[in-house]
Design a protein around this ligand. Sequence first.
Ligand code: NAD
Length: 316
Amino acid sequence: MHSQSRKVVLVGTGMVGMSYAYALLNQSACDELLLIDIDAARAEGEAMDLSHGLAFSPGHMRIATGQYADCADADIVVLCAGVAQKPGEERPALLARNAEVFRSIVEPVVRSGFSGIFLVATNPVDVMTRLTQALSGFAPGRVVGTGTALDTARLRYLLGEYFCVDPRNVHAYVMGEHGESEFVPWSQAMLATKPVFTVCEESGGRFRAGDMEGLADRVRCAAQQIIAAKRATYYGIGMAMVRITRALLGDENSVLTVSTLLRGAHGVRGVFAGIPCVVGGAGVRETLTLPLLPEEEERFRRSCEVLDACWKELSF
Ligand code: NAD
């Protein structure tokens, strides 16, 4: 931490950014929150609106709009800015436009003298996190993407519902790309410390191992389903980002499935992807290499290949 005051600068005050800000306020997760958006009036309005909740919040927080120069003493700069896909626009064109958005943000943030942690949520998040690291030149551990943190939360929620247990007692991860090629290593999924497949075997037919892949499919389709119903997803990701923020600001060394640079885990190098990581004050301290089955390792590698191909489509 840079000072006694936990300072977060949020760039991109759209639905995701402001859901994050609202959750930060409700959890009193930082002391100072500055909002930046290319639409300055929007950022100003959001800062006003959010400040009016201070009278009811569990703690004090300074909330204001800011400039990139204000990032100098920030602990975390959070990136939720982005442009939406135009009708008929191909993925490389969208990626190129979002790369320009990130260039216009990351360069002035770095110029400010910022020496904290970047937290990236903009999609495709694994590629945008890799881009943030490339543009900033920061040590890879200090550039953290939300990765499969939200997907993992969705999985734990669905498993909790299926087995009728508190999702906080479900230990299971979604790994790889935050997107189509993500997967669940079921060999590592536990209720308390008992593998879910054993729970199914011993349940006398009440729970079925064959139902598990259906839950993974529901996780994979959740975003599309929500977007079809209400155009965007934001509360879940906002809460996931606050969870990561708390781990960073509190130097918690929590295990979270964030997007980080792989340096040989499961045979992958040079790609940013979602993997369980120990997250503390300095960002990602280390990745946890789980004892995956050979077919799970293969799925992880394939997902990372998809991400690498996406990165290569990006010219910046
Ligand atoms: P939004 O359109 O509501 O907000 C985007 C904001 O970025 C807008 O306020 C816009 O003015 C701002 N912006 C655009 N260009 C900018 C620039 N150059 N500088 C500063 N600000 C700029 O979008 P949203 O619904 O908040 O989604 C934001 C991003 O989060 C999207 O990329 C979305 O796909 C992603 N997302 C990620 C996850 C995840 O799990 N990582 C989940 C949901 C959404």
